[in-house]
Design a binder for this molecule. Structure first.
Ligand code: FDA
Length: 326
């Protein structure tokens, strides 16, 4: 996404006066609901469509370490629900919600507890990537846990950051064939000194990151709704001999539990369902990011403020539904 224009900023400026019911009404499409049951229902529906899921308990940076306990407990409930309902799903967590910014050691320990329990269920845990204050610490959590033998964890790498190409190389060395990245553009509007800021540069850099990660033997969650990135990724997958059923890379990376060969496409709930279903019907593995929780209002407003361009996309999806089916 490029830097926001006046239209996007105007919509964000109006969020302060938007009634809560109106925000809820709009966000229904993007948030499963306030409760875990809501997320389970959405995942069952997605499973019927052939898509798997990754669950996000809404909430981010916390003010006290006590709050991290809530997230640990809630994710334990999510894990239990996934197992109980036989869902093809894994977990997406915000490291700062586990305490990473308040106390890196405590944050690491909280995440370690969750990843250890997830490993017992053969479940993967994805560390969402937040803004640049926590990039190093988030990557460090992944390398530390892998070094301890917990390989069911990976993070997100943001194409817009200049550093990401090097991070992919370094993680390739540190994690070997267990490297498992989600690659996306990155939602946070980062300063020019550390990030690409134009739409085309961000798109090109994200495509380059997907290619490098695949070339280095990683499993790649290609997280985008951008047709250009999807096409470039499909082309590169083809050139490497990676298909929905086969991974032609040499040496051939191991198939991860609950995953297919080499890659999957990941999308946000409520966004570009048309594209997701098309990819699925062509045989590709698709995974939907399913957020739920009481903090839906804060989540919706925060997403708009972090990147006002999202506001334009939401309005466009609303006014021109044929361009963007849920
Ligand atoms: P782009 O923004 O150009 O969108 C392409 C098209 O998709 C738009 O034209 C529009 O039609 C549609 N679209 C996209 N977003 C929409 C929306 N909110 N509402 C309606 N339509 C929309 N970022 C990050 O910094 N850390 C993270 O951990 C993650 N995690 C993550 C997981 C998954 C599964 C996805 C799909 C994305 C993320 N992201 C993320 C967000 C990501 O960085 C990026 O901001 C968005 O995916 C939008 O980028 P696109 O590549 O989709 O392109």
């Amino acid at each position: 996404m490029a830097q926001a224009g006046p239209f996007s900023r105007a919509i964000v400026g109006m969020t302060g006066v938007m009634p809560r019911w109106f925000v809820r009404w709009i966000s229904r499409r993007y948030v499963a609901g306030p409760h875990l049951d809501d997320a389970v229902r959405v995942m069952q529906r997605l499973q019927d469509e052939g898509a798997c899921a990754t669950v996000d308990v809404l909430g981010e940076e916390i003010q006290s370490l006590d709050e991290a306990t809530f997230f640990l407990e809630e994710y334990r409930r999510v894990m239990a629900a996934i197992v109980e309902h036989g869902l093809d799903a894994n977990l997406s967590i915000k490291p700062t919600a586990f305490g990473l910014l308040l106390d890196a050691e405590v944050g690491l320990q909280n995440i370690r507890l969750l990843v250890t329990e997830a490993a017992e269920h053969g479940m993967f845990v994805r560390l969402d990537m937040e803004d640049h204050r926590v990039t190093d610490d988030t990557i460090q959590v992944v390398t530390t846990l892998h070094a301890e033998g917990l390989t069911n964890v990976g993070t997100v790498l943001q194409g817009r950051l200049h550093r990401t190409g090097q991070d992919i190389e370094d993680l390739g060395v540190a994690l070997g064939s267990n490297a498992d990245h989600r690659i996306c553009k990155g939602i946070y509007l980062e300063p020019e000194a550390i990030a690409h800021t134009s739409r085309s540069a961000i798109t090109d850099a994200t495509i380059a990151c997907v290619r490098t990660a695949l070339d280095r033997g990683a499993y790649v969650g290609i997280a985008t709704h951008d047709d250009q990135i999807v096409s470039a990724s499909l082309e590169h997958l083809g050139s490497l001999g990676i298909s929905p059923t086969e991974d032609g890379r040499q040496p051939c990376p191991p198939v991860r539990p609950g995953k297919g060969p080499g890659y999957e496409f990941q999308m946000l709930l409520g966004v570009r369902g048309d594209l997701r279903r098309r990819l699925r019907s062509d045989g590709h593995r698709t995974r939907v990011y399913v957020p739920y929780g009481e903090k839906w209002y804060e989540y919706s407003i925060r997403r708009l403020k972090e990147n006002p361009t999202v506001a334009t996309q939401v309005v466009k999806a609303f006014l021109m539904p044929w361009t963007n089916r849920p």
